[in-house]
Ligand binder design. Structure first.
Ligand code: SIN
Ligand code: MN
Length: 200
């Protein structure tokens, strides 16, 4: 495993070996079954190309009224619990007593991307954000704490873990594209990104 620092983002490459990646996918299966992926609308009215769902006390949600955390899946049922294997990754890379409240599960199919944004719907930015990449490679772009300016990009591969904390907690980031079918972890291809956050 190597550990890179880019603009305050800590990138563990790869943090998870193949058996760990496979068991994480197994642990996510029942979560996706009880809280199916959906395509939220952006506040501008366009559906996002990334499909998503969540586990934990809160799930991230977006529609015409804006971005926020919701206590329930759009179907009206509570979000499933965050799988213990996912919580163990948080423990290992943050060393924190506090557990995350939310695990956002993003699924990038062929052609999906995520525009540059800050993670700022949480109450306290002193808690880090942890992200786990599974499946196809994703081109991750890291900007600045203000919109615009020069950026740096890095390919995130299956098993990579990123910690955004400290001054980098509010750094703009996004995913320009994925290399569809570059990994065989997911039988139908695509990329899963888990984002763990303390919400309140
Ligand atoms: C996100 O910032 O919401 C997703 C990041 C990623 O997919 O790697
Ligand atoms: Mn983000």
């Amino acid at each position: 495993m190597s550990r890179l620092q880019i603009r305050g983002f800590q990138i563990f490459k790869p943090r998870l070996d193949m058996p760990a990646q496979r068991s994480l996918i197994e642990a996510l299966r029942p979560v996706l079954k009880s809280a199916p992926l959906f395509s939220p609308d952006t506040p501008y009215g366009k559906p996002m190309s990334v499909r998503m769902t969540s586990a934990g006390r809160y799930g991230w949600f977006s529609d015409k009224s804006g971005y926020r955390y919701a206590p329930q899946h759009p179907s009206g049922t509570a979000w499933p619990d965050i799988p213990p294997a996912v919580l163990r990754i948080w423990d290992a890379v943050t060393g924190l007593e506090r557990k995350p409240d939310s695990c956002l599960i993003n699924y990038y199919g062929e052609g999906a991307r995520m525009g540059m944004h800050q993670d700022k719907d949480e109450a306290d930015f002193s808690w880090p954000v942890v992200s786990v990449s599974l499946g196809d490679d994703g081109l991750f772009r890291i900007g600045n704490t203000e919109r615009g300016g020069k950026t740096e990009s890095i390919w995130l591969n299956s098993g990579d873990v990123v910690v955004m904390g400290g001054p980098a907690r509010l750094t703009y980031h996004g995913v320009d594209r994925i290399r569809f079918r570059s990994s065989s972890l997911l039988p139908k291809g695509g990329r899963i990104n888990l984002t763990l956050r303390v919400v309140d």
